[in-house]
Design a protein around this ligand. Structure first.
Ligand code: KG4
Ligand code: ZN
Length: 339
């Protein structure tokens, strides 16, 4: 088995993992900074990079210990070099370069979005006994920073079909959660609260952007703001669960409809979900019910940021001969598909 040590520090999780043959999670350590940033209602970049510096060495040591491997058992290093926060990415990239030099291990820079997609190659439940995903496939990447619909025709072969014109889906969940006083991160809180909402009580608008695979969530966010302000102005109590339910229904409706259309149009053999919002139960259920092709999504703990997914993407890139040199630098706005 070929083993890769992967490092991920693009946002507010300091993470390291050891992955075997790009599919087997030998260890996966995530030091979350959630509590550190919660008082600010979002990630505070300067605090994030400082915390990465404190956490990175113990997190890597724990990943090696949990996988019961030493430096001599590793074949390569993989690290996220973008997209993400510059100061956060720098900690991971410089640590990986130092380790590569000190231990003589080849280094592969990984795109964070590619990592989210490759979480679907990891053989853990619900994908434990499944073979690798089949191409061509359509993947919906929905995270705090991105909403992209991508056609994948082979390893590292991506065609951008559409993306958000304004807010990312996860960002919309986070902002609406804040409006409703549900705290940060918003996605899990909205999901929980929506569970107690009446599905027919309220309807919120959908931005269909016909003829494209693009998305827009800022109008929906504004509609929630307007609705809550009107209710408050009239002296009423905001029906938080009903609003959360209507919001989640609107987001899921557009995401699923467009992904299903793309899968049919491109003859996809599989549909993949990736990114933090792929943890959403309503999204998972709706897409499984409507997709013309089998649907696959990572385990919940592999949807949000982690290093295991970077190890999976890094393995297939490394296997393909991709290598990074000492000039590897962070690229905060790195696209998945170059324009
Ligand atoms: O992929 P991720 O960990 O970080 C980025 O790369 O952005 O995604 C984080 C996002 C947050 O916006 C969070 O609210 C959202 O994923 N999220 C969810 C759920 N769990 C996490 N959104 C909806 N439903 C969930 N269950
Ligand atoms: Zn992410």
């Amino acid at each position: 088995m070929r083993r890769i040590l992967a490092i991920e520090t693009s946002c507010d999780e300091t993470a390291a993992a050891v992955i075997g043959d790009g599919r087997h999670v030998l260890s996966n350590v995530v030091a979350s900074q959630e509590a550190l940033h919660a008082p600010y209602g979002g990630v505070f970049p300067e605090l994030a990079s400082r915390q990465h510096i404190l956490s990175i060495v113990p997190v890597i040591e724990e990943a090696l210990t949990k996988a019961a491997v030493g430096w001599g058992d590793l074949d390569a290093l993989a690290v996220t070099y973008g997209p993400g926060l510059a100061g956060s990415l720098l900690v991971g990239v410089n640590t990986a370069k130092a380790l590569s030099l000190a231990r003589g291990l080849p280094l592969v820079g990984v795109n964070h979005l590619e990592g989210h997609i490759y979480a679907n190659w990891l053989r853990v439940p619900p994908n434990e006994d499944k073979p690798d995903p089949e191409f061509p496939l359509v993947c919906l990447i929905v995270s705090g920073g991105h909403t992209d619909l991508v056609l994948m025709t082979g390893h590292a072969r991506y065609l951008a079909l559409g993306s958000t014109l304004d807010d990312a889906a996860g960002e919309a969940f986070d902002k609406v959660a804040r409006m409703l006083g549900l705290g940060y991160p918003g996605g899990p809180a909205i999901q929980r609260t929506a569970g107690g909402g009446d599905p027919g009580a309220l309807t919120l608008p959908r931005a269909w952007l016909p003829g494209t695979y693009d998305f827009s969530f800022s109008g929906l966010k504004t509609a929630v703001l307007r609705l809550t302000r009107e209710i408050e102005a009239a002296g009423g109590d905001i029906p938080v669960a009903d609003v959360a339910r209507a919001f989640q229904d609107a987001v899921v409706d557009v995401l699923v409809t467009k992904t299903v259309q793309a899968a049919a149009a491109y003859g996809a053999r599989e549909v993949l979900l990736a990114g933090g919002v792929a943890a959403n139960a309503a999204l998972r259920e709706a897409i499984a019910a409507q997709s013309p092709a089998p649907v696959r999504y990572p385990a919940i703990w592999l949807c949000t940021d982690n290093a295991a997914m970077i190890g999976a993407a890094g393995y297939f890139a490394w296997d393909d001969g991709r290598r990074s040199g000492w000039d590897l630098d962070v690229v905060p706005s790195l696209p998945l598909v170059p324009a």
